[in-house]
Design a protein around this ligand. Sequence first.
Ligand SMILES: [Zn+2]
Length: 81
Amino acid sequence: MLTCKEFDAFMVDYLEGGLPVWQKFMCWLHVKMCRECAYFIRQYRRIIVLGQQAFDSPDSAVPDSVPEELVKAALAHRKSN
Ligand SMILES: [Zn+2]
């Protein structure tokens, strides 16, 4: 199984669907087994959606609480490795 560090290196490609099948499977497996990485991915996806919404309507503000959550998740993720 991948370590969190290895998963971290693949994560962006994994989320963008750019990985070969085997690596994709290994990442998928890691997310199933690792709560921290699963949480991190959920936050990451939320940010992407919010970013797209902000792009759709540039006048609407992105909620302040979300980037802070991502920072916390990122910090917790780094600490656990
Ligand atoms: Zn992990």
